[in-house]
Design a protein around this ligand. Structure first.
Ligand code: AMP
Length: 318
């Protein structure tokens, strides 16, 4: 079994990510936090930093956002010059409460603040990025980022959610025509396709544009669809899920980071990329917010990926 090789050995491509950089206040059955740093863009960038040594984050924050956190991202190879700072405004704030099963949550507060008028401006040097990850934002904002590219990236991935299917379906369908990988959960796949069978849903969604579809199933892992191939990656059964916030974005960042660092994009590489994303997501949920992602190192990640191998390989009787 070839374990993934990590950043130092990789011939890394450029990666750019667009997504929220936020303050979150989270309540779980294990406790609650005051405002801590979160946001889809933050989780994506932290996860992909395990594989790429240079990446650009495109986002917006208010004057209240700690500069130290941007410095911390920069120390991990994240170019934050595309994170606009609106000094007289406030950072996006989200607050959520998880139910006992940790699979569902209620949003308690969404204060868009700087995100309300967010018109991302991709820095010049990121306009020829090889890999582009579009975090969950309005589909027209996601499209505007694609339109700023000078050269079509090798791979464009995006996240979205049922909210945009409800209020901006036409824009979403237009954006889907321009991307390669869509990463959504099972409920969203069913809503977008209008069918219950995930296999049928995948075929319908792939007709809409993205040739690669990843359907996340929370604690039940993720499915990867490409051409006639399907791959199932389990989620690691953890003794305790402490805080699921950001797991989806961490998964996406790990997946894209791994691919950006790989020498080719074929189905086998994508399978490993999914495991990389799943392994990082399994760390993410072990503590509040970004705490665990900031603690672990490449060794921890490598060991955890090995646990995924042990979890899901078997031999048929001779
Ligand atoms: P996830 O748990 O993967 O759905 O991601 C949660 C992260 O998304 C949190 O850190 C929030 O700050 C961020 N978030 C929540 N709502 C929004 C929104 N409407 N737009 C952008 N980011 C959001």
């Amino acid at each position: 079994m070839n374990l993934p090789i990590f950043a130092a050995q990789f011939r890394t491509m450029n990666l750019a990510a667009v997504g929220s950089v936020a303050f979150d206040a989270i309540e779980t059955p294990f406790g609650k936090t005051d405002k801590i740093v979160g946001g889809a863009g933050t989780y994506i960038a932290l996860a992909s930093s395990f594989f790429v040594t240079k990446q650009s984050l495109i986002s917006v924050v208010g004057g209240d956002f700690p500069k130290e956190f941007l410095d911390l991202l920069a120390a991990k190879g994240v170019d934050t010059s595309g994170v606009e700072i609106k000094h007289n405004e406030k950072t996006f704030f989200w607050s959520g409460r998880y139910h006992t099963d940790m699979n569902s949550r209620d949003t308690l507060v969404t204060e868009l603040n700087v995100l309300g008028e967010f018109q991302p401006i991709v820095p010049e040097h990121a306009r020829s990025t090889d890999f582009l990850m579009l975090g969950n934002l309005s589909p027209s904002v996601q499209l505007s980022v694609i339109q700023q590219m000078k050269v079509r990236p090798k791979l464009i991935a995006m996240d979205t959610m049922n909210f945009w299917m409800d209020i901006a379906l036409a824009e979403l369908q237009e954006t889907l025509k321009h991307i390669d990988v869509l990463i959504i959960n099972d409920e969203e796949a069913r809503q977008l396709s209008g069918v219950y069978s995930l296999r049928k849903a995948a075929a319908i969604i792939r007709e809409m544009g993205p040739k690669i579809l990843i359907i996340k199933k929370g604690e039940h892992g993720a499915l990867l669809f490409h051409e006639a191939n399907v791959f199932y990656a389990p989620a690691l059964p953890l003794e305790e899920v402490f805080d699921p916030t950001g797991a989806g974005d961490t998964f996406a960042g790990g997946f894209m980071g791994y691919l950006a660092a790989a020498s080719q994009i074929d189905f086998e590489t994508m399978k490993r990329a999914i495991i990389a994303g799943s392994a990082l997501a399994s760390f993410c949920v072990e503590k509040f917010g970004t705490q665990r992602l900031l603690e672990i190192n490449h060794n921890d990640l490598q060991k955890r990926m090995q646990e995924f191998v042990a979890l899901s390989t078997f031999q048929l009787e001779a």
